[in-house]
Design a protein. Structure first.
Length: 582
């Protein structure tokens, strides 16, 4: 067969501007094509666009276990639309299993590794488009970050939420198990009851059921426009998810045919504001304040913690979801899904309806026909919100010049003043909590857990859940330069910056310092004079971590501050070209 322009594309595709031309077209690509023939591809399939179908499938946790099934449906959709799917997998670190020990240092780092590995797979094999499927916390923003970085036609697909468990007639989830550890430590729960609870809390595949990080970022995927409408809603075991997976495969091929929109057409400042509004309206995870700036960074957009917090401040909290509320993600799905929340916000001026989405339509067009159902108490009307401002609040003050974050969903009191009880690392704090070595009114300070100082910015769910399990969740506050799980509740402030490791104010605190948190005003301060602070700063000495080689060391060398998303590379602003335009 000769390779002139006339017969190089027997399937009707013109690949002169598609990246896969480097591995499928012309005599020079004969060695590459031989590999595709080795995998059973036909000549026609080889000369079609190559679509990466990337998943975070693995057997580490229920979050990811159904992704392989859904990927097969995506591939069928791609094939039906006239392109060739190429499935690949990447890692995840699952917070529910990594939580509460040294493994949690790997969690946030995995976001960068996932994004980087997807980028490298797409670049190395010259795939023309991407459908990315993710199930567990960090894998969702990571997959979307890779899409924005590459700017290839892309569709995101969430793996789905877990079904709620049943324990003594009540819905339960994994956070109930974490909190039960605290009850068990005080003798309030027996060995037998804890054993029974742990066996029924997670009854199916899917990500943690409350409005924790996975479901928060799933809502973001629809609100920002990278996912098909309604694709985030159905629980993981529901085979209806496969219909959305199939459609995602079809749509990504249409994006190639139509010349877009591409991810950077979709992810704009306005769509990022829409994403932040959904986090606020649903009482979502504080981790979104890391992930949205990181996604913006991939598009070359400045959208830091303070800008996210401004959206939080002006958006009403209207969705009654755990951990601050009553319901789980399946309940939201049962009353119509995140589209109902978006429509209620849109109709009341809290979303930008003119943002383009992967459907080729605007957000407002996607939401036509949606309406707030009556006779339900999962989604509240904007006119009668749960709270007039968002479920997540940004803080700033002399203790956090670079900002901090707190989830107020479920809190009755929004101010707290008390003496510091300082711990260098979560392990020491968790041990003190388990032994009830604290007083009501204390502000527990966990430092040297930042992105550099951990390294890895561990989440503190084990500690905060233990406090709640002991009945002290409303009696003490906890602040850290690390993170909190989306499942955390109580007066818990994370992302305090600058972190202790780089000499931030949190590293200068001593037991007894009076700390004031005001989530109404958005402030976080310690009552110390400038002279005292300067004296302590002169005494402070940098310290080394226990991770001085390997992936965590490498991460610590490049990671930036939490305010800007804890990113590890210069981002789109420094690009001289984009992969898709090679």
């Amino acid at each position: 067969m000769s390779y002139n322009k006339k017969n190089a594309h027997p399937n009707g595709w013109d690949k002169t501007k598609l990246v896969s031309r480097y591995v499928t077209e012309g005599a020079k690509s004969a060695p590459h094509r031989s590999y595709y023939y080795a995998m059973g591809m036909t000549e026609e399939q080889i000369h079609q666009p190559l679509i990466g179908v990337g998943t975070c499938w693995n057997e580490s946790a229920p979050c990811n276990i159904s992704l392989s099934r859904q990927a097969q449906a995506v591939k069928k959709g791609v094939e039906a639309a006239g392109a060739s799917p190429r499935e690949f997998t990447t890692i995840t670190v699952t917070d529910g299993i990594a939580m509460g020990h040294e493994g949690m240092r790997s969690s946030l780092v995995s976001r960068e590794v996932i994004a980087d590995s997807v980028e490298l797979t797409m670049r190395g094999h010259c795939y023309d488009a991407l459908v990315g499927l993710a199930g567990c916390d960090k894998s969702l923003p990571a997959m979307m970050m890779a899409m924005i970085r590459l700017n290839v036609p892309s569709v995101f697909m969430y793996g789905g939420t877990i079904l709620p468990g049943k324990y003594k007639g009540k819905d339960v989830d994994v956070v109930n198990v974490f909190e039960a550890v605290g009850k068990h430590a005080t003798g309030e729960m027996s060995d037998e009851d804890l054993n029974e609870l742990e066996k029924v809390a997670c009854p199916s595949s899917g990500a943690c059921g409350g409005q924790f990080t996975a479901n928060t970022m799933a809502c973001v995927s629809e609100a920002i426009g990278l996912a098909l409408p309604h694709s985030a809603g159905a629980p993981a075991p529901y085979e209806t998810r496969d219909e959305y997976a199939y459609a995602s495969g079809e749509v990504v091929v249409d994006l190639i045919r139509n010349g877009g929109p591409r991810p950077r057409d979709i992810v704009t400042r306005k769509s990022l504001e829409n994403a932040a509004a959904i986090v606020a309206a649903t009482g979502g995870s504080t981790n979104a304040a890391l992930h949205l700036p990181a996604m913006a960074h991939e598009a070359g957009i400045d959208f830091n913690l303070f800008e996210v917090a401004e959206i939080f401040k002006r958006t009403p909290y209207i969705t009654n979801l755990r951990p601050g509320g009553k319901f789980v993600a399946k309940d939201l799905y049962d009353v119509g899904g995140i589209g109902i929340v978006m429509k209620e916000l849109l109709d009341n001026g809290f979303l930008h309806g003119d943002c383009i989405t992967v459907t080729g339509k605007t957000l407002a067009e996607n939401l036509e026909g949606e309406s707030l159902p009556k006779d339900q108490n999962v989604i509240y009307p904007v006119a009668a919100p749960i709270h007039p401002t968002g479920g997540v609040v940004g803080l700033k003050g002399n203790l956090a010049p670079e900002g901090a974050i707190v989830k107020i969903a479920g809190l009755e009191e929004l101010t707290f003043t008390g003496p510091a009880r300082v711990f260098d690392g979560e392990d020491a704090c968790f041990a003190a909590v388990q032994n009830k070595e604290y007083e009501n009114g204390d502000v527990l300070v966990v430092r040297y857990e930042g992105a550099k100082g951990g390294p890895g910015m561990r989440e503190m769910l084990s500690t905060t859940a233990a406090l709640y399990g002991q009945g002290a969740g409303g009696d003490v506050a906890l602040i850290t330069d690390g993170r909190f799980s989306g499942g955390t509740r109580g007066f818990c402030i994370g992302h305090v910056g600058p972190e202790a490791f780089v000499g931030g104010m949190i590293g200068l605190l001593k037991d007894g310092d009076i700390i004031t948190i005001d989530a109404e005003k958005g402030t976080l301060d310690v009552d110390l004079s400038d002279e005292e602070v300067e004296a302590r700063r002169k005494e402070w000495k940098p310290r080394k971590t226990n991770y001085n080689s390997g992936a965590l060391w490498k991460y610590a060398q490049t990671v930036g501050c939490a305010r800007d998303g804890a990113v590890t590379h210069p981002g789109a602003k420094e690009e001289t070209h984009i992969f898709v335009d090679l």
